[in-house]
Design a protein around this ligand. Structure first.
Ligand code: GUN
Ligand code: ZN
Length: 443
């Protein structure tokens, strides 16, 4: 057998071509944001990137084995800023926009997670899928059941994955048997924070599902909890769908807009991450930016439900941090490569263009910024967590045919973001752990 590629337990080094971010593409001059090394060395030790740079100038420490990657490409590990693991089983449930989709498919599916056996099996499946897709960091919604967050963290122990998660708070407007209650839901979240927040690479999010399923009493309790636990995240949905907007306006008649409804409860701030943010005014974007809150752009979900076309340029021009997200199960893939392709298509439908550098940014360094994790992950640089994905541009016959014609790094990335998905993921390193290695004989 020719060319078997193996990555050994750390310390280890990878050698090959690598793409990374030099600067925020929104602020950089064209061509300055994307970094490319045609012969890079990346040294991993103690869960971190110990060194990264051109192989000619980056020492390989004595005794550290190095894996040559040939034609493959090293990227920062991918980040999914908003995903619902209880919804794996309702992906592709066609025929409805957001609110009826929630009622007909999503809430009934989430009710099944009352059964601990179902929860544990699903959590294990989800963690394996993250690794298979090259996603090394994710912000995850559990179901209303606290044990769904426990099961997720338990399943991810030892994987090296970096996870932010919480149980969904939802005490109204859901079918019988599903809602929690205003105080009980927050008490369960507080217990989860005690058990998991800051443990290894795990963090907790106060997860107000959306303002349509929480009473004012629960939202107040959630805001109080978030304030009392600095360093935790706050995740929710914002301005996803026109009917949802009308519902929120009915439920919170005193708020000037959807964003203001959160603001009045004190739910805007650093580490607040809102899914979607499609139907926002300039005022709302400015307020989100001022507060340091972030948006998770969920293009496959928005296309699937017909929710609308996110305006990435307006969000960035207003100074709002934006990260990319699958939003499975409304989203149609866990692959952040495929999600980058969908973000490109959504931008085209708005008449805009996203560069490969900007797409990569959205799923790596930009996503890390949106999650307030700059300096921890999202790029290839010494000191960051060793979160790395190795892509194979020849993974399928079509990819091989197309990538062979790529004239430069930018074009190769364009191909991977347009035609690539989980099949293109060769190896994954999360926090220094080798989360997935494909051995092959293709040379
Ligand atoms: N709004 C409230 N809950 C959900 C959900 O589960 N998925 C999506 N896409 N939007 C929501
Ligand atoms: Zn969502």
């Amino acid at each position: 057998m020719r060319g078997v590629y193996m990555i050994t337990p750390e310390p280890f080094a990878l050698r090959g071509q690598a793409a990374f971010l030099r600067r925020d593409p929104f602020l950089a001059a064209p061509g300055e944001a994307l970094g490319w090394e045609s012969d890079a060395r990346l040294v991993v030790r103690h869960g971190r990137i110990e060194a990264f740079g051109p192989a000619a100038h980056t020492l390989l420490p004595a005794g550290v084995p190095e894996t040559p990657l040939g034609h493959r490409v090293v990227l920062p590990g991918l980040i999914d800023c908003h995903v619902h693991y209880p919804q794996l089983g309702v992906m592709g449930a066609m025929g409805h926009s957001l609110l009826p989709w929630l009622e007909r498919y999503t809430f009934p599916a989430e009710r099944e997670l009352a059964d601990p056996t179902v929860v544990h099996a699903l959590a294990r499946h989800f963690v394996a899928e993250l690794a298979r897709n090259g996603t090394t960091t994710a912000a995850v919604y559990g179901s209303v059941h606290a044990h769904s967050a426990d099961a997720l963290f338990e399943a991810a122990q030892g994987s090296g994955l970096q996870l932010i998660a919480g149980k969904s708070l939802m005490d109204r407007n859901a079918p019988p048997g599903l809602p929690d209650d205003a105080r009980g839901g927050c008490a369960e979240t507080e217990a989860l924070i005690g058990r998991w927040h800051g443990r290894g690479r795990f963090g907790c999010a106060v997860t107000v599902r959306f303002l349509g399923t929480s009473s004012p009493a629960q939202i107040e309790a959630a805001a109080d909890l978030w304030r009392r636990h600095p360093g935790t995240w706050l995740q929710s949905h914002l301005a996803e769908d026109r009917d949802e907007l009308a519902l929120i306006a009915r439920l919170f008649p005193d708020a000037r807009d959807y964003t203001d409804a959160f603001d009045r409860f004190g739910l805007l701030g650093r580490r607040a991450v809102f899914g979607h943010g499609i139907h926002l005014s300039d005022r709302e974007r400015a307020r989100l930016a001022e507060a340091g809150a972030a948006l998770a752009h969920c293009p496959t979900s928005n296309l699937f439900l017909g929710s609308g076309l996110f305006d990435a340029a307006a969000a960035r021009a207003a100074g709002v941090a934006v990260g990319l997200a699958s939003d499975v199960g409304a989203g149609t893939t866990l692959s952040m490569l495929a999600t980058m392709g969908a973000a490109y298509q959504v931008a085209r439908l708005r008449g805009a263009l996203l560069s490969p550098a900007y797409l990569l940014w959205l799923a790596t360094a930009g996503a890390a910024r949106a999650l307030d994790m700059t300096g921890r992950t999202g790029n290839l640089a010494a000191g960051l967590g060793a979160d790395v994905v190795v892509l194979d541009p020849r993974a399928t016959p079509l990819l091989a045919l197309r990538s062979a014609r790529a004239r430069d790094a930018g074009e190769l990335l364009r191909v991977l973001m347009t035609c690539g998905d989980d099949r293109a993921v060769h190896s994954v390193v999360a926090g220094g752990h080798v989360a997935r290695v494909c051995m092959d004989s293709s040379g």
